[in-house]
Write a protein that binds this ligand. Sequence first.
Ligand SMILES: O=C(O)CCC(=O)C(=O)O
Length: 251
Amino acid sequence: MDQFARDGYLVLAGLIPPDLVERLKPEVDRWSDDGLRAASIEAALNGDTAGPPQVEIEMPAHGRLACLPDLMRVLDQVLGRDFVFHHMHSCRQDPTTGGKPWHHDYEGPESTDRDGLMVHALHYLDGLTEDVSPLVVVPGSHRRVVDKHELVALGTRPLDGEVVIDRLPPGSTVLAHSALWHARRKTARDAHSRYFIDTSYCQGDRRWRPVKPYWRDILRRAHELRLGRPAYPRLFDDGPFLEYRPPTDAR
Ligand SMILES: O=C(O)CCC(=O)C(=O)O
C-alpha cells in the first residue's frame, strides 16, 4: 500500500479469472454492438434520471466484476472497509478509436477538493500488448491539485516522469487513485480491439459527485440484484452522493 500512496496506482496483473474474462467479452460486444452503450450515452447527455433500458452492471459478468472478491480485498486495504461503488463504464475500443488526452477522474464536491479517497479500477480484458494503445500515467501526480479540464489541453504528449504501461497479461487491472493523471496514447500499431471496463469506488464517509444523471437508478438496480451481498451489503448505497451536476466540458 506504500506504493499506492506514493505512485497513485497499483498493477494487479491477472486479477480477473480467465473464465470471467471469457464471459465479459461477449457482454462488452453486446453492449457496444446492440446500441446499449449508445443508449446509455444518450441518456446521460439528455440528463435522463430514469436511465436507459439496461445499464452495465445488470449484465451478469459485469455485475460480478464490480464486486469481484479479489478486488474487494484490495479495496479493503486501500479505501478501508467503508467504501461504495461509484460507477462503471464498459467499452470495446476498436482500432479506429482515438486516444484519450491526459485527465484525471476525481469527483469530489468541488474540483479542487481532495478530501477523501476515490479509485478507478481500469480493467484490460485482453491485457495490454504492443498491438494496442498503451495506458500512460504520471506517478505521484495524484498529489497535485489540478482541475481535470486543464489537463486535456496537454493532449497525449509525453510528460516528464511518465510511465508507459504497454505489457499486461490478460485479465489485468490497474488500480489508480482517481486523481492520477493518465491518458490512452494512440499508437499507429493498433491492430485489434481493446476490451476495456472501468469500475470506480470511493470512501463511504465522504461526499462525492455522481457522473451519470441516472446514478440512483443504477444503484437501485444493483440492490435489486443483491450485488455485493452478503459480504458488502453497503456497496451500492446512495448515502455518500451529492446531486448530479452536468459536466461543463465537452467530455
Ligand atoms: O483506455 C484507457 O486505457 C484509459 C481510459 C481512461 O483513461 C478513462 O476511461 O478514463
